[in-house]
Design a protein around this ligand. Structure first.
Ligand SMILES: C[S@@+](CC[C@H](N)C(=O)[O-])C[C@H]1O[C@@H](n2cnc3c(N)ncnc32)[C@H](O)[C@@H]1O
Length: 253
């Protein structure tokens, strides 16, 4: 595997550049993954729900429409702007920020979806985030998140032609995109997503995701004071190793 340096300004452009936010939104409609999260949230009636890393708000809006009170938090202003103009957005509280901004003992449920947990690459930032989530949940409140099981080696299908896709925007333009893995080390995978717009404009977004094995996920949650209720391996609540290469975590504060 080779290493290549990219301009740091491309980091997380997928969430921060309005042109790429529109691509993300078109590429990520509601799916069975959201059904999973919503079904677990619904186990707590009329819950106060935090969506940390809410992005363009797809799940936050769905949870709100199901009768819960939702706060969506994300550091990416462009993603929040896309969320704020969607139908029903006025019933959700949107906060530009990260976990240190969360209030004390204010939520019954916290969710982090579409692998937000993997964006906390360093152990210190992951531990601080879990400590903040513990602090913002009421005692017994639930934390629900997905993180990819490293045993599935999902990054191996991200590379180049395997990841090539065409995404149709609401205005009919078709954007071509593909992912290039650029480095794998210390349990973290760095990659670039290349985008080509029909007018020839080429854009790039880079990121690094941490792949924590199940035992590290469990020990970090225990260290933060959570009790792990359940970890599933797939969206139909399969056992770990038997599902979709996921670790779908439900823990209580
Ligand atoms: C793959 S997107 C998921 C968005 C949304 N949860 C969804 O399901 O579509 C990852 C999100 O994590 C956000 N993010 C990145 N670093 C973060 C941090 N330190 N705290 C909270 N969110 C973060 C990004 O801005 C982005 O919106």
């Amino acid at each position: 595997m080779y290493t290549r340096c990219y301009d740091p300004r491309t980091r997380h452009a997928e969430f921060n550049d309005p042109r790429l936010v529109a691509v993300y939104d078109s590429e990520c409609p509601w799916s069975h993954k959201d059904d999973f999260f919503l079904s677990v949230v619904n186990e707590t009636p009329a819950a106060r729900v935090l969506d940390l890393g809410c992005g363009t708000g797809r799940l936050a809006l769905g949870i709100s429409a199901a009768g819960h009170t939702v706060v969506g938090v994300d550091p990416a202003q462009a993603s929040l702007e896309a969320a704020r103009i969607k139908p029903g957005a006025d019933r959700v509280t949107w906060i530009e920020g990260t976990s240190p901004d969360l209030p004390e003992a204010s939520f019954d449920v916290a969710v982090m979806t579409s692998h937000v947990a993997q964006f906390f690459v360093q152990d210190g930032e992951w531990e601080r985030t879990l400590a903040d989530l513990k602090r913002t949940l009421v005692p017994g409140g639930r934390l629900i998140f997905d993180t990819r099981d490293p045993r599935d080696r999902g990054w191996e299908i991200w590379n180049l032609e395997d990841s090539f896709r065409r995404i149709t925007l609401p205005d009919g333009r078709v954007v071509e995109a593909w992912t290039e893995v650029i480095d794998i080390r210390d349990g973290a995978v760095s990659f670039a997503i290349h985008y080509e717009f029909p007018d020839g404009k080429a854009l790039l977004s880079t990121a690094t995701l941490r792949f924590r094995p199940e035992d590290q996920v469990r020990s970090s949650l225990n260290y933060a004071g959570f009790v792990v209720e359940q970890i599933y391996g797939g969206w139909n609540r399969e056992n770990v190793g038997a599902g979709d290469g996921e670790l779908l975590v439900i823990a209580s504060a």
